[in-house]
Structure formats: C-alpha cells, structure tokens
Write a protein that binds this ligand. Sequence first.
Ligand SMILES: Nc1nc2c(ncn2[C@@H]2O[C@H](COP(=O)(O)OP(=O)(O)OP(=O)(O)O)[C@@H](O)[C@H]2O)c(=O)[nH]1
Ligand SMILES: [Zn+2]
Length: 339
Amino acid sequence: MFEQKNFGIKKYVNENPINSHSDIARVIQKNNHLYTIATIDKIIPRVKVAHKLTDKDFYVGDFVMFNWQDDDYYLEELLQRKNVISKASSHAAKSYHVKSYEQILATNVDQLYILIAADQRFTLSKLERYLMTFNQEKLELNILISKADYIEETKEIIETIHSNYPKVKITSVSMHQGESIQLVKDTLYSGKTAMFIGASGVGKSTLINYLTNNRSEDTNSVRTDGKGKHTTTVTKMLYLEETDSLLIDSPGFKTISTTNEVDGNILFAEIQDLAKYCKFNDCTHNHESGCAVIRAVEDGELSTEQLSRYSLYEKKLRGQLKYENMKQLKKQKKFYSKN
Ligand SMILES: Nc1nc2c(ncn2[C@@H]2O[C@H](COP(=O)(O)OP(=O)(O)OP(=O)(O)O)[C@@H](O)[C@H]2O)c(=O)[nH]1
Ligand SMILES: [Zn+2]
C-alpha cells in the first residue's frame, strides 16, 4: 500500500542524520512570499518565512524545519539539498548593467522532463541550450516532444535531432494518444521527484493533469494563439499515487541559458573521446593532419552534421569567453578612469 500523499519526508529522514520528522516538511508550492508545505500527515498553506530569512532561501522541493508562532507557521531552517535546478534569470541576462544570476526553479529533483512542443518553432540550438543548462550529476534528463498529434512536425523534429545527435533519447507524447501518456508514466520512479519544464504553452500542465487524472484545471480550451487559457504562474508539486512519485509543474519560460559553466559532454562525448587520439592537443578538427575526428567522419562513424554542430558549439564557447574578457576589461577601464 502506498502512503497517502507521501512527499518524501520519511525517506529524507532515513537517509539523512536527523532525529525526528515531527517538524520537518517539504515545500510543495511557492507563491511570492507565501509557501505551502507538506508534513508527514498534513498540508499547511500560507506559511511565512522566519525573521532574517527571505523568499530567496526556500524553493519548491526543499526539505525544511518549521515552527508555529503567534497563530502563524514559519519556515525556520533549510535542510541540505541534493541538487538545484536553475537557469539564468531572463531579464538580467539581457541587461548589461545587471549582473546575471542563476534563478532557482526547484530543488531535490531526480528526473527532469524537458518538453518541446511539436507546434512551436524548433531549433537545434534551443535543444542544445536546454541540455547543457540542465545537465548535471544525479539528474536524469528526458526529452519529450509534446503535442505529438502534430504528426508531421513531430517526425521532422525527431529526424533533425537524430541526424545531429543519434544517441539522444526522445519520447513523444500527446494528450490525444492515451498510450503515450502511459509510456511517460512508466518512466516515473517510485519515491522520486520529477519536474516538467519547457516554454510557455508546450503542454506541461495538460500532461501533468493527464498523468494524475485530474481534469479539473481548464487547460483544454484552445486559444487561437495556441498557448491556452490556463497559464501556470506558480511552481507546485503534486503527488501521483499510482506510481508513488512527485511531479513538479512550473511556469513556462521565454528563454533558457545559464550563468554556470557549461560542459558539452552531454552532447559531444563521442567527439571529445575521439579528440584524445588527435595528433595535436589543440586540434580544431578542421584541417589538421592526424585528426581522429576527421578520420571518423571519413570512415562514416560520425556524421558531418555532428561535427559541424560541435564546431559551432566550440565557436560559441570561444565567443562567450571573449565577451566575458571584454566585459572584464571594460570594468577595469571604468575603474581606472574613476580613480
Ligand atoms: N494538440 C494538442 N494540444 C495540446 C496538447 N497538450 C496541451 N495542448 C494544448 O496546448 C495549450 C497549452 O497547454 P498547457 O498545458 O496549458 O501548457 P503549459 O506548458 O502548462 O503552459 P504554461 O503554464 O503557460 O507554461 C492548451 O490549449 C492545451 O489544450 C496535446 O498533446 N496536443
Ligand atoms: Zn582533431
């Protein structure tokens, strides 16, 4: 028998050096300064943040200690996180004056489902940014092509991805294909937390509603712009009893990038492995003699598309470094002209 609404607190207590679970809870919703938390036996809404702490200290997914005082509940202490899902804050990334910072989307996530909608414009660089932004240890990444009832578009997207990245695993899903919902359900782990992210209108809430058999929220009425009436504005966690898993729905985003250092390993492991056998350490895999990567292309082990995506990635990385250096230089100049 599954425990009713098991938000993972018992498991957390078992795996971490904590004595009791009586005042431990998990943040399951965040609404500006107010939180909803789940304890071992109840859900508490409208929880505030204790004195000297702020809403930057707690996110959905966090395990916390809480307290009751003067008729209100307060979050008192953050317990150790397993991981953090974050991206660059979108407004900061655009402004030269504001230092971009990482914005936390949720914490303690085991599986991340990245939705790409078949009816929205697809580019490889979008997929690459998603994968590189969220790639980290102890996090399983899953690519879902949603609205797969757009059959032609879905086929095209999958073909584009596979001709460049033959090893990336892709699942397609549609609310009009019940068996595809079941396939997604089958990939959820018991006792684990899965988060669904993607651009606005890709169908995150719809998928979660179908997974949890909750049709109450009106995500089905189609608007002419295809974005749907119901837009998620808060991040929240739901319990799926059938698989004993936790599902996090999150607001859609416009752009994705990260201020963290990225590593092309998730997409280019094969090329990076081959590069170890190049004659020159600083081989650009462009024209050099003794290049193991070019040889692999000639031997048909690697497609030219794969290599050209890699070159593009390298170029961007170098451009990024140059940009960072330039910013640094400008800052220094400013400093010296002031002093
Ligand atoms: N054709 C088709 N439409 C879908 C599918 N899933 C969702 N939609 C429609 O797409 C629109 C957006 O769906 P939502 O579930 O609200 O999307 P969301 O990703 O949660 O959007 P935000 O909350 O704004 O981030 C709605 O009109 C849905 O009816 C699908 O599988 N096929
Ligand atoms: Zn080489």
